[in-house]
Design a protein around this ligand. Structure first.
Ligand SMILES: Nc1ncnc2c1ncn2[C@@H]1O[C@H](COP(=O)(O)OP(=O)(O)OP(=O)(O)O)[C@@H](O)[C@H]1O
Ligand SMILES: [Mg+2]
Length: 267
């Protein structure tokens, strides 16, 4: 005779399973919120450094303008101050946009603008390590159906990894183009860094996999969560992320994301 007692079976009753599933969903959504807050924190700290740097430029050129009374020096000082102030405004706009748009919803998004904004935040860091940054935006590229915030997080992770792989001097290419597969756009971040050995390539997207001993002098890196987060975000966008790497030559990460056509945008 089969027992009817639940205690003797391994599967809990459906009501409990349902409760557990709800609890898991709740925890997952809490985790996503904390991840997005942590990413905002990281972005804010990067931006604060950048902002401070811009302020130093403004202060120094204002001093120069006060010291030198001739028209030529003053014109030069004022145009430098204007350019730096415009950069400062761009930095705060980027942060405010991230902080304001917490919905994380998918919208038709111009990825070229996201790339440019993100590079503004890392300009000082790239200059410091003498990394030359090239962008190639194919004007034929259609807007993608993405959460701009999340894709910016992916980009920051990839760009910081690339910078860390290059040390002093190096070449970074960020390219945006229509994908060879129709209905998709393709974003590539290519560096001339150390490369990734064949045997570690399968592990790089695993959570907590890292070859870094801890944060570097700019306070970044070392938890091994960057690429795991990138993969999770790209999967949630029904996209794909892949990597090609040669030790001693460099690494390229390529992301494929769906374009926003009329139907998707309305969904
Ligand atoms: N562009 C790259 N060039 C060389 N190695 C890379 C590159 N990107 C990632 N890696 C390797 O993959 C590992 C995992 O990267 P991931 O971004 O997930 O973690 P991390 O950078 O070590 O730490 P963090 O959580 O701070 O990002 C790195 O430790 C590094 O060994
Ligand atoms: Mg990383």
């Amino acid at each position: 005779m089969q027992t009817t007692s639940n205690a003797s079976t391994n599967s809990p009753p459906p009501a409990i399973v349902h409760d557990q599933q709800l609890a898991i969903e709740h925890l997952k959504s809490q985790l996503r919120k904390s991840q997005s807050m942590a990413a905002l924190g990281e972005l804010t700290s990067t931006a604060t450094h950048e902002f401070n740097n811009v302020l130093m430029t403004i202060i120094n050129y204002a001093r120069l303008g006060i010291r030198n009374r001739d028209d030529e020096s003053r014109d030069k000082a004022l145009s430098k101050i204007l350019a730096a102030s415009e950069r400062a405004a761009k930095i705060t706009t980027t942060i405010l946009a991230q902080a304001r748009n917490r919905s994380e919803s998918l919208e038709p998004t111009d990825l070229a603008a996201i790339i440019s904004d993100t590079l503004v935040l890392l300009e000082r860091e790239m200059n410091k390590y003498r990394i030359s940054v090239t962008t190639q935006f194919d004007p034929e590229t259609k807007p993608a159906l993405v959460s701009g915030n999340q894709i910016q997080r992916v980009l920051l992770n990839l760009l910081i990894n690339a910078r860390q792989a290059m040390g002093e001097g190096g070449e970074l290419l960020v390219r945006l183009q229509p994908s060879s597969e129709s209905g998709y756009v393709e974003l590539t971040v290519r560096d001339s860094g150390s490369g990734i050995p064949q045997e570690t390539l399968p592990n790089i997207f695993d959570p907590f996999f890292t070859t870094k001993s801890g944060p570097d002098e700019s306070g970044k890196g070392g938890t091994g969560l960057g690429l795991a987060a990138c993969k999770e975000i790209i999967d949630a966008h029904s996209g794909r992320i892949r990597v090609e790497s040669t030790v001693g030559v460099g690494t390229a990460f390529t992301i494929r994301l769906p374009i926003a056509n009329g139907n998707q945008a309305a969904a």
